[in-house]
Design a binder for this molecule. Structure first.
Ligand code: FPP
Length: 255
């Protein structure tokens, strides 16, 4: 039986977010350099994007490089940029063929010029694609994103472009990097840690969280399907009682 047949296609998450953790541990267990772990991890990125596309999941957000990751040795950081460029280069034809739009969330400022160029090129090339959005979180921090959104909003209030009385949750969401995209339904974190690590702090308000001990380089189609099956067993109540759910459609309350 095709493992994809084990999931209910009518109850799929619309947006999956992933904290890809455990590349270093994967390498260490094999007495390899950490960079080998990242290289294997890039293969998991390919596998997960391909499976989400096959399932018609329209939004996938991957935590590729956090604000905190600058604390790593320069050699490792450079290897991560090389891998990212390699990934974009090798995957661009498939993104174009399969209708996948590449987007980034995070600060461009501070990234090496070659990374900015490659990302801008791929974003522009895929900008018309409509079937799926892959958000790569690069130089990203959730608190920083909220502060940046507030600054933009305050500026527009000062320019009389926004009336403070109109500020509500929906309007504010539009000032974040994720703009009008739906919030994640499912957050996956690999390699066993129960932390959010400054990821999508605003957007994860109602998200179901799935933590697996599997290290990111070992997280492929089969593991993603397990995560989706687990999600499908959950009851999402958004503050309602279980009884109410059986008579009403679950919806996030409007702001
Ligand atoms: C966490 O593992 C992973 C990262 C900090 C980076 C994620 C990068 C990739 C998956 C590779 C390239 C990315 C793309 C988008 C092609 P860790 O190093 O923190 O692992 P550890 O906690 O076991 O040390």
């Amino acid at each position: 039986m095709d493992p994809l047949d084990q999931i209910d296609l009518n109850k799929l998450p619309r947006h999956i977010a992933i904290i890809m953790d455990g590349n270093g541990r994967w390498a260490r267990r094999r007495l390899m350099n950490r960079i080998h772990g990242h290289r294997e991890g890039a293969k998991s990125v390919r596998a997960v994007v391909t499976t989400c596309r096959k399932l018609n999941i329209p939004y996938l957000t991957l935590y590729a490089f956090s604000k905190e990751n600058w604390r790593r040795p320069a050699q490792e950081i450079n290897a991560l940029w090389d891998l990212l460029l390699e990934y974009i280069d090798s995957q661009l034809p498939e993104m174009l063929e399969k209708g996948i739009r590449l987007n980034t969330i995070g600060d461009e400022e501070g990234l090496p010029e070659r990374v900015i160029k490659a990302l801008d090129f791929a974003k522009e090339k895929t900008s018309k694609n409509k079937d799926m959005v892959v958000n790569l979180a690069i130089n990203y921090g959730g608190r920083q994103e909220i502060i940046a959104g507030i600054k933009k909003l305050v500026q527009e209030v000062m320019n009389n472009q926004v009336n403070p009385d109109d500020i509500n949750m929906e309007l504010f969401s539009g000032y974040l990097f994720t703009g009008r995209q739906p919030d994640p339904d499912l957050l996956i974190r690999t390699s066993g840690e129960f932390r959010i690590s400054n990821f999508l702090l605003w957007q994860l308000a109602y998200t179901e969280i799935y933590v697996t001990p599997v290290l990111w380089p070992d997280f492929r189609e089969k593991e993603l399907i397990e995560a989706i099956k687990d999600y499908q067993r959950r009851e999402r109540r958004f503050g309602r009682t279980s009884d109410q759910l059986h008579t009403h459609q679950a919806e996030i309350p409007a702001s």
